[in-house]
Design a protein around this ligand. Structure first.
Ligand SMILES: Cc1cc2nc3c(=O)[nH]c(=O)nc-3n(C[C@H](O)[C@H](O)[C@H](O)COP(=O)(O)OP(=O)(O)OC[C@H]3O[C@@H](n4cnc5c(N)ncnc54)[C@H](O)[C@@H]3O)c2cc1C
Length: 378
């Protein structure tokens, strides 16, 4: 049986960031990803926004990881020439009641350490976004966008250069705690591709669960049934090329009061396309990206108050992603990230409910997890 210091389950942006952070310090680090390539889950099915940290309750892990992750991500992207843009964003309001909500958001952001926030008037909005209708807006200068694919590739390359082994098409199917290790059983190959499947067991001193939507199932393999992840689909449309001039940067409505999502927003990407979305709807299955997609008219309805001239003929359907929510359907509130050593099997580190702002937070999460790994491997 092979031995490892660390086995990371899941090769999304979080798993890859963790692989980079822990392989700086330890040898025999393995990352295991079931898909043919890294980052095929939520990590490349999102808005690519580098969030500032204005939304999350002060003191929460989401607030701390987002604000710190924002800083680390800009530094990392500049150092490694990863395509990104610190373009700032506007959160818009249509009347004085909504302006008061912008003030609350700004106060919350300041409490989280976000700087440069200020409320601007209609003329200032028009100067930046001539086609946007708003009475007021909150300017958030530290928001930006990043190429998630390039970020993941760079993290993976550095982890490999530092000696980590990154295995794709390999699935973790069993986790068995032993006296001073966890036996991790892997199945290599893809049955749907006609591959010959092979099974192997690695004895790991530490297991890090970065399995995204499936993190509850990985925790359950260790006997921990405290968590349940509810998949919430976010669908996008895209402005047709001829209309992409309508938006210069990022424009958001006020977030949903129930905490479900930030609301359908407008995102100019690094490739000069403009995304409209994502929506937020609970779905029954974690693999259900496409069934019963919303009609284009629904995106027009949600974006119209921000961008009055938008018409159905300006939009085409784009991709969708699935959020790993800890809040069940019918309940309101923001659940915090869970990042902790398992209570029953403390040589396992659980990362559960890593929904937005997980992309922004990935480098800060990785540093935090590396400290927990240090406790396990001391
Ligand atoms: C619609 C949408 C928009 C978003 N927008 C933003 C945004 O603008 N900014 C932002 O900061 N965040 C955003 N997010 C959140 C962000 O995308 C996620 O928080 C982040 O990608 C989570 O990364 P991850 O590595 O934890 O998960 P994932 O990328 O889902 O990776 C988990 C990986 O684990 C693998 N895996 C699972 N089970 C096993 C197993 N048994 N064996 C082997 N491998 C396994 C999966 O195949 C998967 O690749 C958005 C998310 C969505 C869905």
């Amino acid at each position: 049986m092979d031995r490892a210091n660390i086995v990371i389950v899941g090769g999304g942006v979080v798993g890859c960031a963790v692989a980079r952070a822990v392989s700086r310090r330890w040898s025999d680090v393995f990352l295991v990803e079931q898909m043919p390539r890294l980052g095929m889950g939520a990590s490349t099915r999102n808005s690519g926004v580098i969030h500032s940290g204005i939304y999350y309750p002060p003191g929460s892990l989401k607030a701390r990881m987002c604000v710190e992750g924002n800083r680390l991500l800009y530094e990392f992207c500049s150092l490694h020439r990863i395509p990104h843009r610190n373009c700032g964003k506007l959160v818009i309001a249509h009347d004085t009641r909504q302006e008061a909500e912008l003030e609350h958001l700004a106060e919350n952001g300041r409490a989280n350490g976000v700087t440069g926030l200020r409320i601007v008037d209609r003329a200032a909005v028009r100067a930046r976004e001539p086609h946007i209708e708003a009475a007021f807006a909150l300017e958030v200068p530290s928001t930006g966008i990043v190429s998630a694919e390039d970020l993941i590739k760079t993290l993976a390359r550095i982890a490999v250069d530092q000696g980590a082994s990154l295995l794709t098409r390999t699935r973790v199917v069993r986790l068995e705690p032993r006296a001073d290790s966890i036996a991790v059983t892997l199945v290599e190959g893809d049955a749907s591709e006609g591959d010959q499947l092979s099974e192997e067991t690695v004895e790991a001193r530490c297991v890090i669960n970065c399995a995204g939507l499936y993190a509850d199932e990985i925790a359950a393999l260790l006997g921990n049934r405290d968590y349940r992840i509810y998949p919430v689909r976010g669908e996008y449309c895209e402005l047709v090329r001829a209309k992409s001039h309508l938006i210069n940067n990022l424009v958001y409505p006020l977030p949903h009061a129930d905490g479900l999502s930030l609301g359908v927003h407008l995102t100019r990407t690094l490739w000069d396309t403009v995304l409209v979305g994502p929506t937020a709807d609970y779905v029954a299955e974690k693999t259900d990206y496409e069934r019963n997609r919303l009609p284009i008219e629904e995106f027009v309805r949600r974006a119209k108050s921000m961008l009055p001239e938008i018409e159905a003929s300006d939009l085409q359907l784009a991709y969708s992603g699935i959020r790993a929510k800890l809040v069940p359907p019918g309940h309101a509130g923001i659940a915090d990230f869970v990042i902790a050593r398992d209570q029953i099997v403390p040589r396992a580190i659980q990362l559960i409910g890593i929904e937005s702002p997980g992309l922004t937070s990935s480098l800060a999460i990785a540093e935090h997890v590396a400290k927990l790994a240090g406790e396990v491997l001391q």
